[in-house]
Design a protein around this ligand. Sequence first.
Ligand code: RIB
Length: 309
Amino acid sequence: MSEGIVVVGSCMIDFTSYVPRLPKPGETLVGMEFKRTVGGKGANQCVSAAKLGASTTLIASLGSDIFGEEYLQILKSFNINTNFLKIRKDVSSGVAQIMVANNGENSIVIVLGANALLCPADVDEAEGVVKNAAVLLTQFETSLDTTLHALKLHKGRGVSIVNGAPAVANPDLNVLKTSDIFCVNEIETEIMTGIEPLTLDNAQEALDKLFKLGCNTVIITLGAGGAVFASRNDPKMIHVPVEKVKPVDTTGAGDAFLGALAYFIAYHPKLTLKNQIERACQVAKKSVTKAGTQPSFPIKDELSKELFL
Ligand code: RIB
């Protein structure tokens, strides 16, 4: 019996500056506030699912610096299974430098640190859990070899989702072919397909290009525009709109969406994919109304009960 969600992914320490607007190249800006929090797309997505009540396991790699142990305890506080999370000797934890502008836009630079050491052998140690997962969720902040290894172990046993973030212009096509669902945002889609700017009018063209690369089902998230999706067997694009809200901070909204999508696929498998995406969009929408990444992800009680019927 498949159960729970397994994330093979990254942990980062986020150093976030809140600025009036994003700076131009070469410009020095005076920011209003600074915060150090925890992030990383893998851990964020895992926390998003855990906050909705999912049983989760995070296979990840932290450094042996002052941040590693602190982060481990935070993950445990969300009841995430951290049995396969390694604290690596003599290496720093991954870090992200984030700028969040007044209009809610953000830009991020990451340095992988210990995340670069997450390897196929780490996945092998968790073989039983990976094979049993109802949903396997991965991103591009850890090595594609490790991702592919996890996808192969899990193949045919549940649903696998690869979040192509941050963008990789020429990713290993086997990763795309082996995953069930490939999910990217507008910028990642532009980098992968060369279609720029991506709009609702040319999104079908982008989906078709991603099918040609070997993707099976593709979801493109469009921020305030919701999401579009289609499958290789049923390639006609479906648009899932979302009501507009005034964003406070969009950082991690994609992670809120992916963790929620994994949750709805694992725990509400009878819903259509369209319904699952609609509900995940509601979770992401809620997250942009609060500052930060993990603290902005809603728990079940903060969301409409109808989402969980
Ligand atoms: O998606 C947001 C995340 O991207 C941040 O938490 C940062 O760590 C980077 O990985």
